[in-house]
Design a protein. Structure first.
Length: 416
């Protein structure tokens, strides 16, 4: 069992004409879009760039700017460029916008895998705090900046791309994949083969017009890890695939933790306790009025701004400094607002606690089963060994007895 890097290494010997584009391929490329292409590709240019072009660029190392995932991202790049399946793919129409004034963080890229296989992929929330603030507004009954740009992107790129194409994204990118596909121009929407949403949040029912979603529903593939939180926020149905992940709780949101075995995701399931906790959180979110949600978002944005960190990378380098600033800002909030914020935080903590306990209990049960199985094997082995010893003793006794009897007969025969 491995992850997306292992998948590329193990299954990268087949061209897309030999092994069809799959959901595992879509996750690989939905992670690859998180690399930093800004200094290596022109914005929204139809000029196609290869992996070798990126590798030979003087700005190659800029791709791995986010040190938190640098090791994994470098391993993924090396696996792709070394594989028969991905090495010749081309990329174009890269875009990356971060606008503080509109609270928008949006990035996307188009992959030309071969003449018949094209994928439009949206990046999820990256290190920019603006993106985290935009995520909060996904719960509102109006489109956010990233969603509006995703529709424009799919409409613009579909004019250049010929024939059918796939759409994908991880986290917020998954939400954008769904949103853009729903509201794309009809001529573009008809050409979408499949839409892959990897652990991406959903939409409020009051926002999600049923008739609009039904135009793409049969092409949607929603995939989440077994302890999903992000992908279950505002999830309106049970039509999703659950996969195994090598991590606890929220850490499972990281695509590098998802388990792939023999070229396919390893299936798993959500526990009843996990479903119940997430339903409680979603019910709470839905119960809030638009004004209450706006209030919560404003509070959270105020605290994030007060942390004095523009990116999560910057925050992680000086955790104590930025945390103190955020706590101070939270202390300045009035009592009613604190109580409101406390309700959400408690709900979130309860879910996180339940997830961790589920994972711990699962592992305890697995250890118990292993110990029981091992004990049974040991007991069986001991029983078999005892039986063999007893059989050997019995046979040896019989041989000795037979030999003794023969010897006695010989002695008697000679004495006569």
């Amino acid at each position: 069992m491995g992850n997306i890097v292992d998948y590329v290494k193990e299954k990268g010997d087949k061209l897309f004409s030999e092994r069809a584009f799959s959901k595992e391929d879509a996750l690989v490329l939905s992670q690859f879009v998180y690399l930093k292409f800004d200094n290596l590709m022109k914005e929204m240019s139809k000029e196609e760039v290869s992996l070798f072009d990126l590798q030979n660029s003087e700005n190659y190392n800029d791709l791995f700017f986010d040190y938190r995932y640098e090791k994994d991202n470098r391993a993924l790049f090396e696996a792709l460029v070394s594989s028969k399946r991905f090495k010749d793919m081309k990329m174009c129409f890269h875009i990356n916008k971060v606008e503080e004034e509109t609270g928008t963080q949006f990035a996307a890229i188009t992959y030309i895998l071969d003449k018949k296989t094209v994928l439009l992929t949206f990046r999820g929330t990256d290190e920019n705090m603006v993106g985290w603030q935009e995520d909060l507004r996904l719960a509102l009954n109006k489109p956010v900046g990233g969603q509006k740009l995703s529709v424009k992107y799919i409409n613009d790129v579909s004019k250049y791309v010929k024939g059918p194409f796939f759409v994908s994204g991880h986290s917020k990118g998954g939400n954008l994949a769904l949103y853009s596909s729903m509201f794309a121009r009809i001529s573009a929407k008809k050409r979408i083969k499949e839409i892959f949403c990897f652990d991406g949040p959903g939409f409020k029912k009051s926002f999600l017009r049923e008739k609009t979603y039904n135009t793409i529903k049969d092409r949607v593939k929603r995939i989440i890890p077994k302890s999903s939180v992000v992908g279950m926020i505002l999830n309106t149905d049970d039509d999703y695939m659950v996969v195994e992940a090598k991590a606890l709780g929220l850490s499972q949101h990281n695509p590098y933790k998802w388990v792939i075995a023999k070229g396919h995701f390893k299936r798993a399931s959500l526990t009843p306790t996990h479903k119940k906790a997430l339903k409680s959180m979603n019910d709470w979110i839905v119960s809030l009025s638009e004004e209450e949600l706006e209030r919560f978002i404003d509070i959270a944005s105020y605290i994030l701004d007060a942390s004095m960190a523009d990116t999560t990378i910057e925050f992680s380098k000086s955790v104590i400094k930025h945390t103190k600033a955020a706590i101070k800002a939270a202390g300045d909030i009035d009592d009613d607002t604190k109580a409101f914020l406390s309700t959400f935080t408690k709900s979130y903590v309860d879910i996180a606690k339940d997830m961790i306990m589920e994972d711990v209990n699962e592992k305890k049960e697995a250890v118990r089963e292993l110990l029981t199985e091992t004990k049974e094997k040991i007991d069986t082995a001991i029983d078999k060994t005892e039986q063999r010893i007893n059989d050997t003793i019995d046979k040896t006794g019989e041989m000795i007895s037979e030999t003794f009897d023969k010897t006695k007969k010989k002695i008697k025969s000679k004495s006569k």
